[in-house]
Ligand binder design. Sequence first.
Ligand SMILES: [Zn+2]
Length: 248
Amino acid sequence: MKKRLWRDFLILLVLFLGVWIFFVYFPIVDSDEVKVTYKYKENEIKQKLIELMDFKQADSDTTQLLRSLGELKHLVSDKDVEYELYYSDNREINAYALPGNIIVLNRGIILECDTPEELIGVIAHELGHLKMNHHSDQLITTLSIELLLVGSGSTASEVTKILTQNAFSREMETEADDYAIKKMKELGISPNYLAKLFKKMYKRSDMIPEFLNSHPGMNERISKFSKFPYEESKLTYTFDWLQVKNSL
Ligand SMILES: [Zn+2]
């Protein structure tokens, strides 16, 4: 009798150990954990985006354009945000603030700016988004999944679609605008320069760039920036803006 008890006990022990070892080696992961493993860190997203989208970093000495953008980047700085500025050879009139603290300017938006001051306003607006951490978890997850699929079907144009469709909330846009106004004033640039850019773009109905999306309303934004009287900026640059644009 005693012997049988021992045997049953040993069988149970072996079974228990077997099940335990099985789950150690083949864990059942809940869906939340799966999501985490598919989420890149912001810096990884940045690196993958730069590579896939062929973004060129401002400040590098290779072209007049990149040197000029580097000069603008140094003007628009914030002690709390270390960001990098990039150029994208994309004709769409748009600019993006992206995970990993990068700001990307499309060829389209640069060509739309009659003065460097207008572009400084755009950079300042995007920097506002970075400073206030406006990136949604959802954007980071969506980008992670799309970037993970690069090589097996996902393409640069699909990633562009995600970037273009990403919309910040009305409150976030207002915050980024207020930040841009503050930054421009600090630099001695009238925020009216951005009103000029907005007005030009308002006439074009074919595109709604990130910083001009439907909320807050375009008219509301134009009047907000128009309140500041236009004064010509006294900033000087080492480049000729028209020449830079002609090089594009
Ligand atoms: Zn914005």
